[in-house]
Design a protein around this ligand. Structure first.
Ligand code: ZN
Length: 145
């Protein structure tokens, strides 16, 4: 049984690798029935739309081979942006678990609350957790300084 903490341990390792490859240290993991079915880091160096969440969602669709991702949870170290928050709603994931708030682009809490907007046709449970908070802050600072 994978715990939230164990998943964020993997995300932390992936973020460190991303930084070495000069990518933004953001990693998304999608689980289904408590198993990891996809994992991705940001690939925005050459394409500004290739956020970790979008890549992870595409991989999850290929893996499960179905139209929606009901029952899947997405874990990410940074609050999903507006685009990714809506992609998560469209894909009908069940839950978002994240660590850091994103005051500039955040679409699950900071600027908009897309996953809990009752006007949309699907709602996603959002949970903010604190695993490795300081480590994630440091990694993002290293990238942007
Ligand atoms: Zn995004």
């Amino acid at each position: 049984m994978l715990s939230d903490k164990e998943i964020f341990e993997i995300i932390l390792k992936e973020c460190k690798k991303a930084l070495k490859k000069c990518e933004i240290p953001i990693c998304a993991i999608i689980t289904y029935e408590n198993k990891i079915i996809s994992k991705a880091i940001n690939r925005t160096k050459n394409n500004v739309l290739e956020h970790a969440e979008i890549i992870a969602i595409k991989k999850a669709f290929r893996k499960l081979n179905r139209k929606f991702l009901n029952g899947c949870k997405i874990y990410v170290n940074l609050e999903p942006c507006i685009m990714c928050s809506f992609a998560i709603v469209l894909s009908r994931l069940s839950e978002i678990v994240y660590v850091l708030r994103e005051p500039k682009f955040g679409g699950t809490y900071s600027l908009y609350q897309i996953p809990s907007d009752i006007r949309l046709n699907h709602r996603v449970v959002v949970r903010k957790v604190n695993y490795f908070e300081n480590e994630f802050i440091e990694l993002l600072k290293l990238k942007f300084q």
